[in-house]
Unconditional design. Sequence first.
Length: 494
Amino acid sequence: MAKQNSFVTKDLLIESFRGIKKNFSIDLSNPLQNTNVLADEKAFNYYVESLSAPFTDAHDRINIKTMAKGTRETLLMENAKGSLSHYEVLSLPLIPVFYPRLIAKDLITFATTDKVDIIKPIMRAKFNRWNDVNNYDAPSMSTDISRGPTLGVPGGFVCAVPGSTDLLAAAGGLTPASAHIERDLKILEITDGANIYRVDQITTVDGNFYIPVTLGAATDVVTGKVDFLNGTITFSSVNGVATQAKVEATVSIEENTVSSKMEIEIDKIRIPIVDRQIEVSYTVQQKMDVKSLYDVELESIILDLIGSQIALDLDNYILKSLTGVVYNPALVPATHIQQFTKNAPVGYDWGPKSWHENIITPINEISAEISNDTRLGEANVMAANTLNAALLRDLDTYRVDYDRQGKSVVGYKAAEIEGGNMTVIDSPVQEKNKMLLVYKPGPNEEHKSVFYLIMHTPGLVIPYPKGYKPSFSVLTRYGTAFVHHKGLGVLEIT
């Protein structure tokens, strides 16, 4: 993303105005002509390309163009061409003012919409194992989903020695007509009731087994056969010493009667659109004075300041929401909160820089907890107050991204640690002593979103009747929603 300076609107507008005038004979500096750019498709596309030119990131350019298109459609729908005001056309250059100053977009899923009530479908996959009342979220980390039902896992299933045991019936009332036993059946141990002989032995390919055992002072030979087709196992004892055996077996799924099933669920998350608005008024004399003193249009400065303030307010709201929800034990496990003491303990002689390198341990622990609980991935973005981010600068892996600096109204830095696996957003907007860790999905992984920011109107300029004191309002419309609360964590700095 390109660097954005204060009052960047002036440079963008001058370059855009020249191109539009040269290619389409539309003078955007003339209030009588500037509304024509909305009606002319080619001129509008050229205008938007010019406004998005400073943004080198392809995803950012797409967002800018989408928001510009939505703003244009809103203006055309709500106004006849002849009633469009010169001020309303300023809604378009407001977009590249507002968007790069929004810190939160680097932490969460940012999208655009032209609807006032949004329904976001979130797909979830669940597995059902045969004869198991539990459902398992995909991917299942601890439960084997793809094999058939098991018997005696873990610990072993007890069979009488001597005797014959129907393993299929014991596995859940199955019969040879619907299932069989896999050939990896394992005999775990033989016992006489008092002594145990560890075996851990599989049978021959035909199911036969021959096991000499020593039980206390006595010896025995346990033999038998597994009937894999009919699902039975038969034990014999040569000396009559052994009384029980433990086995581990798996039911075959080749008949497809006991296979695990996957179910797809579509959760529908409603995201209502809400408003933010700031009104401004000024005098004609102020406009003339600013032009004379600074060679810049007063409206340009006003748009820059208002766009920055709305972005700052939205950042504050989102960052506080993300940080605050981590402390709700009903939504986020307590293991997602760790602590790090910035001052080295008494007796630590390696200096503060060496001690600060230990901050990586709790960061990695929180990231691992997020990955384990969400099954989405480890935390890959962090928001840190500037005072706390100073600790990270002592890390050997700290690298500043110089193309992403100072775009918010209070300024912020972007850096990377851990070889690029963690992006750090360094800003005074984030609460002090609470480093926020977030899992942020890739551009094509919206179904993995932790938090949505849906932008309807980044900045719509609404003019009021022009008089001695011209005035207008800037309206921003957006929606937010949590999806995966467990994709968040906090490192407390003490």
